[in-house]
Design a protein around this ligand. Structure first.
Ligand code: 6PG
Length: 467
């Protein structure tokens, strides 16, 4: 039998759809899954396509041309290590083993180190876009090393989402850069999703918008500066009927308790460790945690009645919320990319930030038209520390600051929690303030702990005997 060009381990939703995507592009693929039902399903869905399966791990490896290109799409954690242990005896130097799951970047570093002596290229690769992305064109963020990527480039470029600036895949950077980049992508995803839910709460509870109006607002927004996958699907959500009671809309019967798999928290953890402020992401993680206290929230909600207070009309409210969402989304990217840039320097990833912005333009969950301006800013200055330092980008936000303030005032008057919208304003104001109040913290630290302080007028560390 003709050898397959690519092997996939793990034929769940993502793995199976990626295989079918490859097969559509004429790439011969062999799929392997311990669960033979998954193998059968792949063969059914892939009939008439260059798709095969194998009975054992050894047969799977032997079905592939060399160097072997194999992707694992199995749950992150111990299972990845178990698969590596199982497949390793059958692989040889030069083969490429990809982990396409959401693995923690430190696990990826450990796996690269573990396989170092074997000559096997281990590529941690972030894959974004969910089921549809996998089937029709995801955004992919491979790390590892350039030699390994050279063997994958042709195939990955074919199956990736395509944009006016090329396929949504590139060698992101060394070592665990791919998984780190995907982690940051997810942190930004958390922040944008929380922002949209804050705006939704105001539109619904203060603006009095029903689901049809909400659908219209988000549809209109998706035609302009807010064009993005998350805004697009939000518009669609409002139209979905409840399949239990068709007189209702599904969104209204979904419990307001948001779950998470942890990648947002990982982003915040890493940001804290690297001392990069990412409050929008941190607040989004906290908001999901807070949403879990449903019972308690309901009890306290009963303590005081609320009445709607608003100083602006509905049309104005929709406009200020548009600008507020724009501002918050921009801040989410700014913080995530600041973190990514710093991680790149710290961990020697050598990430090209303009390229990251480019491959996020299609296929992934955080794709948006805003990434065009972000990309331009990094093309102008590849080592830009923080996007706010780009004058054009800063001006885009400054212009919308007043609208955000109005949106926040309206939400606050009506007791609507807006942790990411409000933290975005605080971040922007603090990051654009030359002289802040932090001198006082230094004074206090020196007062009670002799921790010393620096001065604005001369170099050195100073201590005062405060009285
Ligand atoms: C993507 C997504 C995906 C993520 C889900 C669920 O880029 O396709 O980020 O990888 O796993 O969105 O994430 P949470 O369960 O943490 O919300």
């Amino acid at each position: 039998m003709q050898k397959a060009q690519f092997g996939m381990i793990g034929l769940g939703t993502m793995g199976r759809n990626l295989v079918l995507n490859m097969a559509d592009h004429g790439i011969a693929v062999c799929g392997y899954d311990r669960n033979t039902d998954q193998q059968k399903r792949l063969l059914e869905e892939g009939k008439d396509k260059p798709v095969q399966t194998a009975a054992t791990m050894q047969a799977f490896v032997e079905s592939l041309e060399t160097p072997r290109r194999i992707m694992m799409l199995v749950p992150a954690g111990k299972i990845v290590d178990a698969v590596i242990d199982e497949i390793k005896p059958f692989l040889q130097a030069g083969d490429i083993l990809i982990d396409g799951g959401n693995s923690h970047f430190t696990d990826t570093d450990a796996r690269i180190a573990r396989l170092q002596d074997t000559g096997i290229h281990f590529t941690g690769m972030g894959v974004s876009g969910g089921e549809d992305g996998a089937r029709l064109g995801p955004s992919m963020m491979p790390g590892g090393n350039k030699d390994g990527y050279a063997e994958l480039k042709n195939i990955l470029e074919k199956i990736a989402a395509q944009t006016d600036e090329g396929p949504c895949v590139t060698f992101v950077g060394n070592g665990s850069a791919g998984h780190y980049t995907k982690m940051v992508h997810n942190g930004i995803e958390y922040a944008i999703m929380q922002l949209i839910s804050e705006v939704y709460a105001i539109l619904k509870n203060v603006g009095g918008c029903d689901n049809d109006q909400l659908h219209q607002v988000f549809t209109n927004w998706n035609d302009g500066a807010l064009q993005s996958f998350l805004v697009e699907i939000t518009a669609k959500v409002f139209l979905q009927p409840d399949d239990v009671d068709a007189t209702k809309r599904l969104v209204d019967v979904i419990l307001d308790r948001a779950a998470q798999k942890g990648t947002g928290m990982w982003t915040s953890e890493s940001a804290l460790e690297l001392h990069i402020p990412t409050p929008a992401i941190d607040e989004a993680v906290a908001a999901r945690d807070l949403s879990a206290y449903k019972k308690e929230r309901e009890i306290i909600d009963g303590f005081t009645p609320t009445t709607v207070i608003t100083a602006i009309d509905k049309e104005q409210l929709i406009q200020v919320l548009h600008d507020a969402l724009y501002f918050g989304m921009a801040v989410s990217y700014i913080q995530g990319l600041h973190l990514l840039q710093t991680a790149s320097d710290t961990y020697k990833y050598e990430i090209n930030m303009a390229e990251v912005a480019r491959i996020w333009k299609g296929g992934c969950i955080i794709r948006s038209v805003m990434l065009n301006d972000i990309r331009k800013a990094y093309v102008n200055n590849a080592t830009l520390k923080n996007l706010l330092l780009n004058k054009t980008f800063y001006a885009l936000l400054e212009e919308k600051r007043n609208a955000l303030v109005t949106a926040l005032k309206t939400g606050m008057d009506n007791k609507i929690g807006m942790p990411v919208l409000s933290s975005s304003l605080n971040y922007f104001d603090m990051f654009s303030t030359g002289r802040s109040g932090s001198n006082l913290i230094q004074a206090q630290r020196d007062f009670f702990g002799a921790h010393t302080y620096e001065r604005i007028d001369k170099e050195g560390n100073f201590h005062t005997n405060w009285n």
